[in-house]
Design a protein around this ligand. Structure first.
Ligand code: TRP
Length: 476
């Protein structure tokens, strides 16, 4: 089989930025910023993107392009001993894609709800801003929308790298930016919006002296968020890099992707925070932000609520879909690599179909436990163990399957993935491996000392710290 490739560098960028820009930017970033001190969070986040994110990004893209393989194939290219890194990537894929598609399904439901309102129908079963709680306890609908979102993801991945992923992303991403800019302008014109900007941009480090969060709390939250948002640590960017032509400027691409991702996260904040401020909704309430708080905003908006609401959820829907396809692609490429090694002709359609079904089944608990609100169709982890919500031992098992999946992937597997990769690059294979790969495009490699120092020291230390902080949280 001929190796698949991106058609153009622009197409690659749209796909990679599409992977990076997702629920992490539109949901995680604003809500974590809301909970972890606004400006202080922002500053730490930006520092981490430069010192860690852009470096790991270059490492993943470089290794992927060098070998032309996905996460399994890439590590096997160096040594059989590293196969476990490949498996870790796929396990992360199972964990993340399952909860990601459950959430994508909920977003789809909200988008359809507002579309219905636009044509005068009742979109939210008469529940108004209570719809989220109501929907979580409708197992059939949850599973139905979960299945729809997974099926859309699968359809695009089945289309292949160029005709599926690249084609979809090249249309969807510009549309996303256009809608986002429109919403930001609309929100900026609402009285009271300014409080939202102040929260984001007015220097304020008081959160560091808050004993419940403190510097380390903010640091941990920003580091995990940065990682997830840039799609790092599970071989996603490695896989996308493997489809890139040797002619293209890797180093430049590895800067554009984090820059675009961070810009869009900030723009999302500039839409969401001021909207909450203008329409009397508290933005520091945590994960309910994307659904409960935003729906309240649209309800309070009056006549334009339905159209802005529809555009908003359509935007989130696009962002989520361009991300979910990149995760399914990691699993698909993993299996393609394995088939090629065995001398079998890989069948992309069949492989992605089987993985999508398997991941769908694996994610059913996430769709059915009502996010751990208790008494749902299936038991949340803490209920299974007979623990009381908030009681002893409860924190260890968190409160719902989504958190457990997320904790294992984002808190354990992905930091280890990035840690091991940067140690391999910095200490064993040496940073030259990345430098040489970058120079294939004919441009000299810039900032060798910086990258070398970051691969060797900064990335491993920050990763080890995230990992440690995660474990402390888990056992406290
Ligand atoms: N980055 C995406 C977001 O911000 C999610 C995502 C896509 C992801 N691919 C990934 C996260 C790979 C971790 C690893 O929502």
């Amino acid at each position: 089989m001929k190796k698949e490739q991106w058609g153009t560098n622009f197409g690659f960028l749209m796909a990679a930025i599409g992977s990076a820009v997702g629920l992490g930017n539109l949901w995680g970033f604003p809500y974590k910023m809301g909970k972890s001190g606004g400006f202080a969070f922002l500053v730490i986040y930006l520092v981490l993107v430069v010192l860690v994110g852009s470096v790991v990004m270059l490492g993943e893209l470089g290794l992927g392009r060098k070998t032309g393989k996905g996460v399994m194939g890439t590590y096997l290219e160096f040594s059989k001993k590293h196969a476990w890194m490949g498996y870790m990537g796929v396990v992360s894929g199972f964990l993340i894609l399952s909860f990601y598609c459950v959430l994508g399904g909920v977003v789809t439901r909200y988008m359809i709800g507002y579309a219905a309102q636009l044509v005068g129908a009742e979109g939210f079963a008469g529940q108004g801003a209570d719809f989220f709680g109501y929907f979580l306890y409708s197992p059939l609908s949850m599973v139905l929308f979960y299945a729809i979102f997974m099926a859309l993801t699968l359809t695009i991945v089945m289309g292949g790298v160029q005709k599926g992923i690249e084609k979809f992303s090249s249309i969807a991403m510009p549309a996303l930016v256009a809608i986002l800019v429109f919403i930001i302008i609309y929100v900026a014109c609402q009285p009271g919006a300014v409080e939202g900007y102040k929260f984001m941009f007015k220097p304020d480090f008081s959160v560091f002296s808050n004993p419940e969060i403190g510097f380390f709390g903010v640091f941990k939250s920003a580091a995990g968020q940065m990682f997830f948002s840039l799609s790092l640590g599970m071989g996603c960017m490695m896989t996308y890099g493997s489809y890139l032509s040797k002619k293209e400027n890797l180093q430049k691409n590895a800067l554009i992707i984090p820059l675009a991702d961070t810009t869009i996260a900030l723009l999302a904040g500039c839409a969401i925070m001021p909207a909450c401020a203008a329409f009397g909704v508290d933005f520091s309430r945590g994960p309910g932000l994307l659904f409960v708080s935003m729906q309240t905003v649209f309800e309070n908006m009056g006549g334009f609520g339905a159209i802005i609401g529809f555009l908003f959820y359509f935007l989130v829907f696009i962002a989520a879909l361009t991300s979910s396809i990149s995760i399914l692609e990691v699993c698909t490429a993993f299996q393609i690599d394995k088939d090629v090694i065995k001398g079998k002709e890989p069948n992309r359609k069949k492989i992605s179909f089987i993985y999508a079904i398997a991941i769908f089944i694996f994610g059913l608990p996430v769709a059915l436990d009502a996010l751990g609100s208790g008494g749902a169709a299936i038991m949340a982890p803490f209920e299974l163990l007979g623990l009381e919500a908030g009681g002893p031992g409860y924190a260890m098992w968190n409160d719902c399957w989504l958190d457990v999946y997320d904790l294992i992937a984002e808190g354990i597997l992905m930091p280890i993935g990035a840690l091991v990769m940067s140690v391999l690059i910095g200490w064993f294979w040496k940073t030259d491996i990345i430098k040489n790969e970058c120079e294939l495009s004919g441009k000299p490699f810039v900032g060798y000392k910086f990258y070398d120092f970051c691969f060797k020291f900064v990335v491993p230390v920050v990763m080890a710290f995230i990992f440690y902080a995660q474990l402390v949280d888990f056992f406290s």
